[in-house]
Design a protein around this ligand. Sequence first.
Ligand code: NAD
Length: 523
Amino acid sequence: MKLKSINPATLEVLAEIETTPIDKVFEIAEKAQLAFKSWSSKTIDERLGLLKRARGIFYEIKDELARLITLENGKPIVESYSMEIFPTLDLFDFYIKNAKKILKRKKVRSQIPLFWIKRNYIHFEPLGVVAVISPWNYPLLLPIAPIISALVAGNCVIFKPSEYTSLIGLKIAEIFHKAGFPDGVFNIVIGYGDVGEALVNSNIDKISFTGSTKTGRLIMQNASKKPIPVTLELGGKDPMIVFDDVDIETSATSAVWSAFANAGQTCVSVEVCYVHEKIFQEFVEKVVEKTKKLKIGNGLDPDVEIGPINNEKQLKIIENQIQDAISKGAKILTGGKRIKPKDKNGSELAGYFFEPTVIIDVDNSMLLMKEETFGPVLPILSFKDEDEVVEKVNSSEYGLSASVWTKDKKRAERVVEKIKSGSVLVNECIVHYGDAKAPCGGVKSSGFGRVHSEFGLYDMVNIKFESFDYISSYRLWWYGYDEKLLNTMKKAIAFLYSPSLTEKLKSAPGLLLNLFRKNESKI
Ligand code: NAD
């Protein structure tokens, strides 16, 4: 069976790609399991050596990759560089520089004095074969983080790119193969949801999934049968909260970029804006004015700021939410419909374009407020005070990311602390996802587990505790229970944990005498 890779700006077919037959998916997983045996026994330096080669190839072909991203995903070429190539290189460099230190076996000293003769360690071991299942909205950046962290930690990877961005997936596979990763260590499967489902049910040891909350739930159900661990990076409904002390010009400009970059198809894009009632009118006017100036078109044109929606299915979700909102009384201030922008030669583009849309008079009965939109739509609401807005934000089913705009540092600290979310930024939106040191992930229906930073690496390992004791020949707590052991335990608890110094001192002599009870053991 073949799937079509389509340019969403022109609807031109870029390629027809063979999908992976379901039985082949199971075979690939078995092959990866075999490869894991030798791959996991390589030193981290050997693994990092190959990763450096992949990074080198990646850098060499970055222009080709950026162009392919714009062709197959649709985002403006500037964003292919700023929001895909740039953060991807940063991730490579972070893990190349820090993985060895993060994954080094760590010595731990027990809190309990009796255990001080033991040598204890935390050892980070690979899990086995990791399935990386990705969406289409950031077809390079999103899979690359779990792929790099899984490989560096000693796992094999089976990568399933989105059916909408398979060409980019194949390009990523080409980079890892050219870099010399041994056969079976990096694998790719191509296809729709059924191929993803087969992968989840194949002989794998971990799933790193980025995609919709609906698919995430299904994946978790299937993974629970074995069970194997899952990391779920799911949908969001990120709020931007704007207090009345902000610079309106700056925060309005940010709202426009943060809601409409990648045509709003960013998991951490601003999906709803809460603005203090005192500045609501002026803020909305500025947002509308700026939105009207955005240039819509084919992302290959360097001036274009808004590219197409990636696929028809997503476009219909956006249209449906807008129609539902209008029917329930919402007011569109600009945008609100599909368009056919012109290309450089003046011809109409046939692709999936939707106007950047600013909408007010929305409420929680509307789909737009309840569900993720994942399109260039910005609903703006007003609020009266801090408590009210925090409660509104926290009542959302999602908790991926949020932003707070204010000059008042104390208020910022307070609100940041109160918001239930994977991340909260002050006077900034979105960009933390491009910072390799920032752990990214969600709470509530936005998922769990983290990508990026040291936590992205810890997500890919078995945190194994190792304890070595070559000294003790008997243990105080072994069988031979009697009155004396009971008293020893009571004294030990008093000595270690009593809040009273007198009680601690009183228990010490008896405790010392009772510690060595070897000869009295009854078994
Ligand atoms: P999706 O859930 O439809 O698909 C994601 C991937 O899962 C695709 O590769 C798809 O083929 C595969 N898949 C589908 N059904 C499957 C099944 N039953 N078993 C296994 N795999 C299956 O999501 P999408 O439409 O491609 O992406 C958009 C969604 O991704 C949005 O909800 C967005 O918020 C979310 N997202 C989240 C993050 C994050 O970091 N939290 C980042 C980007 C995107």
